[in-house]
Design a protein around this ligand. Structure first.
Ligand code: IMP
Length: 193
């Protein structure tokens, strides 16, 4: 295809060490006509109960490093019967006890939610967008997916994120990026871009 080997120019960069998140974010933002590049870097994470505080500090750090408009994402899986655990510690818990460990901790009440924060930062503004999706933790792992995808079943659906074909049209990430996009595109327009 013409132009395939041409260097691409990106409007905005996603700074993360997690390629799965970037791949999904790129696809989602593409549907809103935003071309997202990837800067693979593990940002320092402050310890906080607030995902928003974690994400916004990371966005500022990322902008200071790359001097380009950036977004970063911080997520958490909050399980009702475990008082919101693992929440801000979702990444650590996934690496340690994993999906198998989570399944062993649960009984009847399997309600949970996924929360996503998208934080933007450029030379003028830093702003965060939050969204959640309610659901349940399945009884067994189903489907091949990353992270908690094989055990999270969105509300009113009967398949895990890993088994669904349209995760990127309904996920916490999709909802937060949709909010971000409408703000970002309005901002570009008002700047005459
Ligand atoms: P963090 O934002 O990198 O701290 O990620 C929190 C944890 O939630 C990570 O361990 C991810 O594996 C997990 N996670 C976040 N979003 C998703 C998702 O869409 N599917 C599955 N796991 C996710």
């Amino acid at each position: 295809k013409v132009g395939e080997d041409m260097p691409q120019s990106f409007d905005l960069f996603f700074v993360s060490s997690n390629y799965h998140k970037y791949k999904e974010a790129k696809k989602i933002l593409h549907s809103f006509n935003i071309n997202l590049g990837f800067l693979k870097y593990e940002l320092e994470e402050i310890q906080s109960y607030s995902l928003k505080e974690i994400a916004s500090k990371k966005a500022v750090q990322a902008f200071q490093k790359y001097k380009k408009p950036v977004i970063v994402e911080d997520d958490g899986l909050f399980i009702d019967s475990l008082y919101g655990f693992p929440g801000p510690y979702s990444s650590y818990v996934f690496k340690t006890i994993g999906n198998k460990g989570i399944l062993q901790l649960l009984n009847q009440n399997r309600k949970a939610k996924f929360v996503s924060i998208i934080s933007f930062c450029d030379d003028k503004i830093s702003k965060s967008f939050e969204a959640k999706i309610d659901g349940n933790i399945s009884k067994t792992q189903t489907g091949k997916g990353w992270g908690y995808d094989p055990i999270f079943v969105p509300k009113n659906l009967n398949k895990t994120f890993a088994a669904l074909t349209n995760k990127n049209e309904l996920s916490h990430r999709y909802k937060a990026l949709k909010k971000f996009s409408s703000w970002y595109l309005r901002k570009l327009k008002s700047n005459g871009q």
